[in-house]
Design a protein around this ligand. Sequence first.
Ligand SMILES: [Mg+2]
Length: 270
Amino acid sequence: MTILFASDLDQTLIYSQKSMGESVSEDDLQEVERFEGKPQSFMTKKSQEALHQLAKQIFFLPVTTRTQTQYERVTGIYEGEAPPRFAVISNGAVILENGQPIKEWSDRIREQCVSKKTIVEELLPKIDQYFSEDWVLRVREADGWFVYLIIDREKFPVEKLEFYTKTFKEIGWSMSLQGRKLYFMPESITKAGAMEYVKHRINATYVVAAGDSLLDMCLLESADLGLLPAHGEAVQSHAIAEHIEITEKKGIKAGEEIMEKVMSISRKFE
Ligand SMILES: [Mg+2]
């Protein structure tokens, strides 16, 4: 029996100082990312130990919206241990195998995006049309796959989010608001699709998935068991299927709770 643990990283397993919630003593924290010379992301030491332990028993698959450069900054997660064989990055547009992108996978995704006209060049004029407001600080492209805006949350009109979501869905783009980032993702680029590819490659028979945002919902839905942190964007705005459990704790402690849960599942199947 092969168990696959497919998990989002940011705000699911790893947390910034800002997103970790309740204060955790420095001694309990493990830095997993440094950016521009400053510590950027953390896990609790307990979570990291559990992950290292677990990786010996089940197949761990990181599934993140980070680009390859951004993902390669968080290899502190595996400190002292071998990194996992596969990693899903760029929200599923790219799958790394032993650190190298699988070309035929990305080529297939690119073809789908082109045929549905959900490519960055088509999106940018629409962004200009709808988002000339002063709360848009920057427009960022992620390796030509998708777009995100860096926004000023104080000025962002939350009441318009539903309208924007509907408008962009009609032209094939999913939206997700995560902290200061507002994502626009082609509907062909999904975490679930990439997870299914890896699941077949390794012949996994049971999938447990974890993730906090709307971009994670398809991943949780296609798993046998989904774990959703209580602080997640998806908790308020999405119908939750029966096989998806919401954690009791929030912030970095929700990350710990997820690891405990996965540990107990792996023991059950031993
Ligand atoms: Mg996340």
